[in-house]
Design a protein around this ligand. Structure first.
Ligand code: TXA
Ligand code: MG
Length: 322
């Protein structure tokens, strides 16, 4: 595995060629780093599952450079989904849509729906454009972490997570830290009205404002009918135990907004000044807890109805259930 830090046009071109040859390329996105493979190549996609240690029935998000390619991969696209794509792509939103025959069972876990996203990170877009120019269509990419673990927000995180599982020919593109810091909002667009399956930086209120609707996040029946690995009980978890209530003892980790003072003897892992910054630094802070070999981390979740919903969602999934 090599890390490519010099993202020149020729480096991006080589990375796209490498994807088409069947290698894996981890790349930056505005949300978190993805572990990419050619979505048409069964063997390459199988390696994603191996490297992540992910159960094979979990579907993958397919990344494209622009809405122009959407109808090659998805059909029966409702008007509201087009409106969402036009408003929020490129950006931190994934649409679940009925698939065309181009999208194979090995991408969707044999479901008839596919998740599609146009990311906004400039290196991601450049890679996807170059990949399409060379004849590819769709880069399948889950977050570039081992299954159930914290998503990576830097190239170095990807290296720490995956270097022992990646092959010699695989690449990691270094595009600096991810600016959003939590995974994309997933919107189910297979029904007459949209539902949010995973909250993210594109919030329910942004969607409701655009569509003049009143959707909420994660309805229970959706949880049961659609496979979203982020809906499993434990996810996004560091090795340290995470607590969302209670008081840390000296030597425990502590994460909270900067307006909240550190309890005596606790080790401050992050002190974000805003909730956007909270999202951006959360996964780094959880990784820092492991780097410092802490047993326990106490987190004060932010309140609010916007990006805070996504932060609380991830925290609840990684929190220790007692
Ligand atoms: O921000 C993101 O979405 C990042 C970056 C790399 O794009 N990707 C990401 O992928 O978070 P992943 O695989 O770690 O999480 C995607 C979630 C999984 O829980 C998966 O089950 C769900 O999306 N998903 C993918 N395709 C789906 C489908 N067809 N139907 C329902 N859920 C789907
Ligand atoms: Mg993931």
């Amino acid at each position: 595995m090599s890390i490519i830090s010099n993202n020149t046009a020729s480096a991006i071109k080589d990375a796209a060629t490498s994807l088409l040859k069947g290698n894996l390329v981890a790349f930056p996105t505005e949300t978190v780093y993805g572990l990419g493979a050619d979505a048409q190549n069964k063997n390459a996609v199988a390696r994603i599952y191996q490297v992540k240690g992910r159960p094979v029935f979990h579907p993958l998000i397919v990344h494209i450079s622009s809405i122009q390619h959407l109808d090659k991969l998805a059909k029966d696209i409702p008007d509201y989904a087009i409106a969402l794509a036009r408003a929020f792509w490129p950006g931190p939103m994934t649409l679940i849509l009925p698939r065309t025959l181009i999208v194979k069972d090995f991408i969707t876990g044999s479901q008839n729906n596919v998740g599609i996203r146009v990311p906004s990170n400039t290196f991601a877009i450049a890679l996807l454009k170059e990949f399409e120019l060379q004849g590819g269509l769709g880069v399948a990419a889950p977050s570039a972490n081992r299954f159930g673990k914290v998503s990576p927000t830097t190239a170095n995180d990807v290296k720490i997570e995956l270097s022992e599982y990646l092959g010699e020919e695989d690449l990691v593109l270094d595009g600096g830290p991810s600016i959003v810091g939590v995974e994309s909002t997933i919107v189910n667009c297979t029904l007459s009205v949209p539902t949010i399956l995973r909250p993210g930086a594109i919030t329910a209120s942004m969607i409701n404002k655009l569509l003049d609707s009143s959707i909420e996040v994660n309805s229970q029946n959706v949880k049961n009918s659609i496979k979203v690995s982020g809906l499993l009980e434990s996810h996004y978890a560091p090795s340290a135990k995470v607590y969302l209530f209670g008081t840390p003892k000296p030597g425990d980790g502590f994460i909270a907004l900067d307006t909240i003072t550190t309890p005596m003897g606790a080790i401050r892992l992050a002190n974000p000044a805003s909730n956007e910054e909270y999202a951006r630094v959360l996964y780094q802070a959880l990784r820092l807890a492991d780097a410092k070999n802490l047993d326990r981390v106490f987190v004060v979740p932010p309140t609010g109805d916007n990006i805070e919903v996504a932060i609380r969602d991830r925290l609840e999934k990684c929190a220790t259930k007692s």
